[in-house]
Design a protein around this ligand. Structure first.
Ligand code: ASP
Ligand code: MG
Length: 411
């Protein structure tokens, strides 16, 4: 007998037949003698519809009231799932965030969970009932309803699993699990049986379509094993778990592409102490997150500095550094929004040399120019022209994931 948290996303409860199918799955786990807590999202499209109502009514709706409205989607789905369970003869009870309670800070629309009281939930499941909890919503210490940001019900589920010390948190969605790369770009992509929390965090852009990345940080911090699987079939899914030694045997677990960054270069910056601080200080003060930074070797006292920022912040960052460039005597600023960042991630990189060299070779063979490189212990990221995104993903996946490193015959 285990204590299981099952989370169902919007498409999994997208219509009444889907709600019945979810109830059947919950019932099966319950009948096997498990204690089950279900966390549910709003029906597919519902949160968008509710947010649109608020924004159609007013150009700047009060964030507090937007959360009251947005939280309504989950209120409907927990009621529906609880009714469907009772129709199957399973004792069940719906709970909204404030009834648990899921206590958050007071930042509307992107609240963070501070504390979850496990006692009521545990009382319900120990009494033999299924608890059906509304994801995405919480309550701040003044009693205001809050929501956790789009996709936040994953984080609700993991946080609840951590609070009740569940044996597993199953995330049910409309895909079969986490893939080695985007199957729409690369047909050879395959589903991973398991992946470590750290790899999953580094592959954010692959995983983010499946899991809110904050939920993975939570799962890592509290050691909650996650299983991402489909509610539309009985395939086993992908386990996202704490690292095990054998995981280092796999060199590259995944290849991810992101096209939401832009690149900015300051030309001929005088190479003096304090200049990086002059450039990046004002950007940080505007809360713009800088990802990669390159500073070239200095030539006759001048250097070029290139960095990337989220594409949405490109215009603001460009305006800021244009001012700075003038102040510090750089000769100019240029920028490019047509870039892609390709990352290869794998725990095995920690103990094997040569992945980077192999990666560069493969790209060179295709004539793809590398504009920037950055590395961490388990990741290598490069920036290239966006028009080569799909080609780069396919050839890197073929060379590093499909073939496995070192198995290729020398070219
Ligand atoms: N219903 C919310 C949203 O659409 C939360 C979630 O689905 O995770 O963002
Ligand atoms: Mg979701």
């Amino acid at each position: 007998m285990a204590l299981i948290v099952q989370k169902y996303g919007g498409t999994s409860v997208g219509n009444l037949n889907r709600v019945r199918a979810v109830a059947e799955r919950v019932a099966a786990a319950w009948r096997q003698g498990n204690r089950v807590i279900v966390v549910v999202s709003a029906m597919a499209g519902e949160t968008n519809r509710l947010l649109k109502l608020a924004h159609d009514l007013s150009p700047h709706p009060s964030p507090r009231e937007v959360d009251v409205i947005a939280a309504a989607g989950e209120q409907v789905s927990v009621g529906l799932v609880a009714i469907a369970l009772k129709d199957l003869g399973i004792p069940a009870r719906s709970l909204l965030g404030f009834q648990v309670p899921v206590e958050t800070d007071g930042v509307f629309q992107k609240a963070r969970i501070k504390r979850i009281d496990a006692s009521k939930l545990l009382g319900i499941v120990e009494g033999g009932e299924v608890a059906v909890v509304a994801g995405f919503q919480g309550v701040d210490r003044w009693g205001n309803l809050t929501t956790l940001g789009r996709g936040g019900s994953d984080t609700s589920a993991v946080a609840i699993a951590a609070a009740v010390k569940a044996d597993v948190c199953e995330i049910y969605t409309d895909v079969d699990g986490i893939y080695t790369t985007d199957p729409r770009i690369c047909p050879a992509a395959r589903k991973l049986e398991r992946i470590s929390f750290d790899e999953m965090l580094e592959l954010a852009s692959l995983g983010a379509k499946v899991l809110q990345i904050r939920s993975v940080e939570f799962a890592k911090r509290y050691g909650v094993p996650l299983c991402v699987r489909s509610s539309f079939n009985d395939e086993p899914g992908t386990w996202v778990v704490a690292e095990e030694p054998s995981m280092e045997d796999v060199l590259v677990s995944g290849v991810a592409a992101e096209q939401n960054e832009a690149k900015i270069t300051l030309h001929r910056v005088p190479d003096r102490p304090g200049l990086a601080a002059r450039i990046f200080g004002p950007i940080a003060r505007e809360h713009i997150v800088v990802d990669m930074i390159i500073q070239n070797a200095s030539e006759d006292g001048f250097t070029d500095v290139t960095f990337t920022v989220p594409r949405a912040d490109h215009a603001r960052a460009l305006a800021i550094v244009s001012d700075v460039a003038r102040d510090i005597g750089a000769t100019g600023v240029s920028s490019d929004t047509n870039i892609a960042k390709i990352s290869v991630v794998g725990l095995g990189m920690r103990s094997h040399a040569g992945v980077a060299a192999r990666m560069f070779e493969v790209l060179a063979r295709e004539g793809i120019n590398i504009q920037m490189i950055s590395t961490s212990e388990i990741k290598i990221s490069i920036v290239i022209d966006a028009k080569y995104t799909e080609l780069a993903v396919r050839v890197l996946h073929a060379a590093l994931v499909e073939q496995g490193f070192g198995e290729e015959t020398p070219s």
